[in-house]
Every structure is written in structure tokens, then in C-alpha cells.
Design a protein around this ligand. Structure first.
Ligand code: SAM
Length: 472
């Protein structure tokens, strides 16, 4: 039976409840009165439950869909201003004992190059990432207790945080590794990770079991209950996501929101971020072999409806998507994007030959970080390399409280501007720097609190003079 307070996956991601939700949404997709009421409720910025949000997702009345997109854009602007947080993935190891049918790391793939970075290689990769200007990484591994045990991941995190190169340092390491034990989550917390990210892939249990036929990841409940264990281990920023294309998107959407409702109900805080990956071509993977691929328009509608349903949750889009889709997605809710990414193990130092491909999927946005930063600023966004909240202990419900208080504009905007200034001073091309300096002068005026504005202005001048790492 559906119970968001239950700690059992089948109860909080309840198949009957999802099916009933889809039926309700289908029956009401033309119900203008109800849809208008839901849009009005969403304007209160308290979010929407999975049933109401599913009605919006199903809605096929063009004028109301336009309203939903406009509202998503407004919520995005009200909460996040023009800021877009930047990050890059770092693949540590692609050894994997699982059989995920959509992932080229699956154990039966004998021709993909298997690689695992040594600590020396990590230093070189991270140095290359720092030379691009990155301050925030998401580390990625396949699941392999022998080749990639938790001790290796912990040692790698220590290595990454220890590298001080020129003016740079990685200030936040997020972790995307397979579901693990409370004890291991506690170790990750102690190692100082930012967000623990784990994609559900699909919330549809029957499909999940088929898509993960072998290996520890086959255990749907263990995977689905991972965020609860992570929170029990003390990690209070968790990142959810589904891999769109595997199952019916409407099912996944309801499941994703039910997961968020469960985390909020049980732990008092929902997911810190939601990612929206779509299945991509990779080594021996053909995305067309999955029946549930979604077109760009549907993809954007999903993003807009997530934005409206969970206004305080950050939303991440990766370089799985091309420039044009990313540009539209930014308008409707995305608050964090990767740039200059490589999905191969060791790919930042050594681009791979065709015949030794270790990549997890093909990247559709191959632009270097400087170009992505410039493009964002030309679109009016403020690329942010900020990691202050996590370093100031503003995680979990403390971060959400800041969001809800509206004070985020007095905190995040100056932090974004100061970290952007560092980027411009240390890594940007002259053209990017020129655009950025103008943008910073304009945006400085948007800081509501006068005192904060003048402190930020002073710090910006100090950064120009060579000092680094200020934060509110
Ligand atoms: N091995 C860990 C796990 O099981 O969760 C870490 C995740 S893996 C390094 C990162 C994510 O890439 C996966 O969770 C999956 O959603 C995504 N992924 C795998 N194959 C993909 C493909 N062909 N296209 C797009 N994304 C893919």
C-alpha cells in the first residue's frame, strides 16, 4: 500500500499509486478548471504533489502548457536569479560487475577499455580540470568491490581535495557511485563530500529487474532505498534522477516526485538536486533499442513540471544534451550544468583513440568550459563556481531554510559574482573576461542588501588584486 513514510521501496514508490496517478492525470488532461487550480497552487511556491504535477505533465491544452512553461521560468528566476552553477564529471574507474543493459560499462562488454586512475593520474586529471577553471567535481565510478572498493574512492577524494594548483583548488566533490551501506555513506560524509548522487534509472520495478539482469544493482529495493541509508549515514544532500528513455516518462515522473516526497516526509528534506539524463549512444549501446525515448519538447515539459513541483530543488543537465537543448532547458528550470566534460577515464589529460574508448556515453556538447561560460553570459546568466553553502555547513534543511527565506539573493548572488571573477582572472580568454566584467558590474547592483553589496564590491576589487576565496 502507498505510504510515503514507509522505509520499504515498494510502499513509497508504490506501483498501484503510480498507476492510479497516471489514470487520474489522463482523465483530467483536458480539465481546464482543475489545471488552472493546480497552476494557481503552484504559484504559491510550496510545490505540488505527484498527482497534481502529473496532471500538469499530461495537460495537452496549448495555452495552459504555455502558462506552465512561463511559471517554470518565473520560479527559476525568482529562486535562482540568473545564476547557473558549473561542474564537471571525473571518471575514476569503469570496472563494473553489473549487467545494466543501457550502460557500456556492463560486465559482459569485453571490448571497452577498462581503466582505473592511480592517485598520480588523479592528480593530473584534477590539475587539468583546475586549469580549465573548475571548482566542483562529480566523481563517477562503475561498481566493482574488488577493483573499485570504497577505500579507493575515499583515497581519491582525499587526493582531490589535497591538490592546490596555482590559484585553484577543488572545493566540492560530489559523488555518483553505486548504492552502498550506511557505514560507507558515513565514510563518504567524513571524507567531506558534497552531494551523494544516485540515479534510480527507472522507478518501474519490473523493468528495473530486466534492465539490471545481473550484479548487485539488480536488487531494486536496495537501490531505491539507498538515499535513506545515505541520510542515515549523515549525508543530507542527495541527488536523484531517472534515465529517461528506459520506461514511460510519465511513470518515471510520478516515481521521481514520490521519491522526493518520501525523503521530505521521513528526513525533513527532499533531494538537493534532480538530474534529467537521457539514454545516449555509447560503445555497444544503441539508444534506439529502447522504446521509450522522448523528444525534446516532452523533455522540456518534464523539466518545467519538475521545476514547478519542487521549486527548491536544484536541477542538473549534463553534456548528454546539445547546446540548443541545454539553452532551452536553462529557461525552464535547470540551475546546474557541466562544461568541458569528458566521460572517459583519464580523458581530461589524454584524449582517447577510437580503439581504446573507455567513455560512458557520447557527449553532445563538446565545447570547452570557456566557451560554455561565455555562451551563458551572452544569454544573460551568471556562471557560478560557488561552493560556499556546503563549506559553511549550509546543507540539507539549513540550505532549504535559506532558500525559503528568500535571503539566497543576498548570499548566492555575491558568491556567484566573486567566484566568476576568480574564473575571469585566472582562466578566461580575454573576450570572455571582457563580457564577464561588464556582467559583474551590472549584477552587483542586483544584490538587494546595501551592506552586502558594498562588501562584495570590496572583495571583487581584492580578487582583482590577487586575493582569492571569499564567501558569504
Ligand atoms: N555505477 C554507479 C551506479 O550504478 O549508479 C554510478 C553511475 S554511472 C557512472 C552514472 C550514470 O550514467 C548512471 O547512473 C546512468 O544513469 C548513466 N548512464 C549509463 N549509461 C548511459 C548511457 N548509455 N547514456 C546516458 N547515460 C547513461
Amino acid at each position: 500500500m502507498y505510504d510515503k513514510y514507509s522505509m520499504v521501496a515498494d510502499d513509497f514508490i508504490n506501483d498501484e499509486e503510480i498507476k492510479a496517478t497516471l489514470k487520474y492525470a489522463e482523465e483530467n488532461k483536458h480539465n481546464e478548471k482543475l489545471i488552472r487550480e493546480i497552476i494557481e497552487e503552484a504559484k504559491l511556491l510550496k510545490g505540488l504533489d505527484h498527482r497534481k504535477a502529473s496532471v500538469l505533465l499530461h495537460c495537452d491544452i496549448p495555452e495552459l502548457n504555455a502558462e506552465i512553461f512561463a511559471l517554470a521560468g518565473k520560479i527559476k528566476k525568482d529562486f535562482y536569479g540568473d545564476r547557473i552553477v558549473m561542474f564537471a564529471p571525473l571518471y575514476l574507474s569503469n570496472y563494473c560487475v553489473n549487467g545494466c543493459v543501457y550502460c557500456p560499462y556492463h560486465a559482459k562488454n569485453k571490448h571497452i577499455a577498462r581503466k582505473k586512475l592511480s592517485q598520480e593520474e588523479i592528480v593530473r586529471e584534477v590539475t587539468a580540470l583546475q586549469d580549465m577553471g573548475h571548482k566542483r567535481l562529480a566523481i563517477e565510478t562503475g561498481e566493482d568491490p574488488l577493483n573499485c572498493p570504497i577505500e579507493y574512492v575515499l583515497e581519491s577524494i582525499r587526493t582531490i581535495y589535497s591538490i592546490k594548483h596555482k590559484n585553484g583548488a577543488i572545493r566540492r566533490v560530489n559523488v555518483n557511485i553505486a548504492a552502498t551501506t550506511v557505514e560507507n555513506y558515513r565514510k563518504l560524509k567524513e571524507a567531506g563530500i558534497g552531494t551523494y548522487i544516485l540515479f534510480q534509472e527507472t522507478y518501474h520495478k519490473e523493468s528495473y529487474l530486466k534492465l539490471h539482469p545481473t550484479g548487485p544493482k539488480h536488487d531494486y529495493n536496495y537501490h531505491t532505498e539507498a538515499m535513506d541509508r545515505a541520510m542515515e549515514g549523515g549525508i543530507d544532500d542527495v541527488g536523484c534522477g531517472v534515465l529517461f528513455g528506459l520506461e514511460l516518462y510519465r511513470y518515471e515522473f510520478a516515481g521521481l516526485l514520490m521519491h522526493a516526497e518520501h525523503l521530505e516526509a521521513v528526513h525533513g528534506v527532499g533531494p538537493h538536486t534532480i538530474s534529467v539524463p537521457r539514454v545516449k549512444h555509447a560503445d555497444d549501446i544503441d539508444p534506439d533499442s529502447f522504446d521509450n525515448g522522448i523528444d525534446d519538447e516532452t523533455f522540456l515539459k518534464i523539466i518545467a513540471c519538475i521545476r514547478v513541483a519542487v521549486p527548491y530543488t536544484g536541477m542538473i543537465i549534463s553534456t548528454r544534451e546539445n547546446k540548443s537543448v541545454r539553452e532551452k532547458a536553462l529557461r525552464y528550470g535547470i540551475s546546474q550544468i557541466s562544461g568541458g566534460s569528458k566521460t572517459s577515464v583519464g580523458g581530461y589529460v589524454e584524449p582517447e583513440d577510437e580503439d581504446e574508448n573507455s567513455a560512458q556515453f557520447d557527449v553532445s556538447d563538446n565545447r570547452p568550459l570557456d566557451e560554455v561560460v561565455k555562451w551563458l553570459m551572452e544569454l544573460g546568466y551568471v556562471p557560478s563556481f560557488c561552493t560556499a553553502c556546503y563549506r559553511e555547513g549550509r546543507t540539507g534543511d539549513r540550505f532549504m531554510a535559506l532558500c525559503k527565506s528568500g535571503q539566497i539573493q543576498n548570499c548566492c548572488l555575491p558568491n556567484a559574482l566573486m567566484t566568476l571573477k576568480e574564473y575571469l582572472m585566472d582562466y578566461a580568454s580575454p573576450e570572455t573576461r571582457e563580457i564577464g566584467d561588464k556582467l559583474i558590474s551590472q549584477q552587483l547592483m542586483e544584490i538587494p542588501n546595501e551592506k552586502t553589496r558594498s562588501i562584495a564590491a570590496r572583495h571583487l576589487a581584492e580578487i582583482e588584486g590577487g586575493e582569492r576565496d571569499f564567501r558569504f
